[in-house]
Design a protein around this ligand. Structure first.
Ligand code: UGA
Length: 342
């Protein structure tokens, strides 16, 4: 049995992946994070260790040395925090992650590192609006805005981490796979702002609007697009990558996403409103326009489109099962059942 260490196991992607690894007969899971709440809800039989990477590095060194494969999900992955606390974003997403990478190099461990579709930055359609660009792991340029648009510090931190990992591959033969997720949605994605202070990602903002009778905000008009991926499809992709130890994953960067699930934020709002009215008999939320600076604060800039090229995942035998309505239905059911009073 291989011992798999999941760092950041208590976050959205981590709870779903940890459950799948725990249910797999070939793997022995060790799950770590600063909090265990979500994991306890999703997989009560998974024992979770709670250590803080910023204060208890020696525990991380010990756990990495005792494991065969390290899956690193430690990150802030929420745009409002990139804008409100760019230094903490850099600290956790680059410096603390680099520490994990360097331990894997030193101890000769296989590393599965979660990055982000956000490393691609703006779509190349900023140069040529008439053309559709798929983001390709091997050939796409990574296009970021100016320094005063500090939203990009997250993308830049993740990009630099990828470049360091790549260099460790070349110079010290680090065995790594980098995963670039494209906008996953599912149960437990974020907190809801009515329950906790802050601005979660768009699905949770809209879910909160439906549950608690608030408006849905269209940031900068809402015509920007994202390609959404169901957490169930994503978790299958992550398990395929974990199980595959050959040239298709060794020292590879892999997109996890599908272009068929691309929709605009306006369409996302419309579909969630429709499901809310049809399935739960609720009242649709009203839409309100707001600028990025007003919504997130100064320093926000957006990525207009993110269309993945999924060839590498397809060559691993992966196809998505869920379209946008299936994704939304599943995630909305979770929040409706948990929080709706009716
Ligand atoms: C974020 C992260 O930065 C990525 O790293 C992460 O991988 C990605 O989410 C993801 O979920 O995979 P982003 O897609 O910009 O990126 O995050 P959201 O907060 O979900 O925003 C999506 C779009 O909706 C943005 O254009 C945003 O301006 C807009 N938005 C957000 C609204 O129009 N209304 C809202 O209430 C919230």
């Amino acid at each position: 049995m291989k011992k798999v260490l999941v760092l950041g196991a208590g976050g959205f992607v981590g709870v779903h992946l940890s459950k799948a690894i725990n249910d797999h007969p070939d793997y022995n899971l060790v799950a770590v994070d600063i909090t265990a709440d979500k994991l306890t809800e999703n997989a009560p039989n998974v024992a979770m260790l709670t250590y803080d990477i910023q204060r208890e590095k020696e525990e991380y060194v010990r756990l990495i040395s005792e494991s065969d494969i390290i899956i690193n999900l430690i990150a802030i992955a929420n745009p409002s925090i990139y804008v409100s606390d760019p230094l903490q974003t850099f600290q956790l997403d680059f410096l603390d992650n680099l520490f994990v990478v360097e331990q894997c190099v030193k101890l000769g461990k296989r590393l599965i590192q979660f990055s982000t579709s956000e490393v691609y930055g703006k779509s190349a359609s900023v140069y040529n609006p008439d053309q559709e660009y798929e983001f390709d792991e091997e050939s796409s340029d990574l296009i970021l805005g100016p320094i005063n648009k500090h939203r990009w510090i997250y993308s830049c931190s993740k990009q630099l981490l990828e470049r360091v990992i790549h260099a460790y591959g070349i110079q010290q033969n680090l065995n790594y796979t980098i995963i670039r997720p494209f906008n996953y949605i599912g149960p437990m994605i974020d907190f809801l702002p009515t329950h906790e202070e802050g601005l979660p990602r768009v699905f949770s903002m809209f879910m909160d609007a439906l549950l608690y009778d608030k408006p849905m905000y269209m940031v900068d008009g809402g015509s920007q697009k994202r390609s959404y991926t169901d957490i169930r499809d994503a978790t299958r992709a992550h398990m395929i990558i974990l199980e595959t130890e050959d040239e298709r994953t060794h020292q590879q960067i892999i997109n996890v996403g599908q272009r068929q699930n691309e929709i605009s934020i306006q369409e996302l709002a419309a579909r969630m409103n429709f499901i809310w009215e049809q399935q739960y008999g609720g009242t649709a939320a009203t839409l309100k326009s707001i600028s990025g600076d007003e919504f997130y604060g100064k320093g926000y800039e957006d990525s207009d489109r993110r269309i993945p090229n999924a060839t590498k995942m397809e060559k691993l035998g992966w196809q998505v099962e869920y379209g946008v309505d299936g994704i939304l239905q599943h995630a909305m059911d979770y929040y409706h059942n948990k929080f709706s009073e009716s």
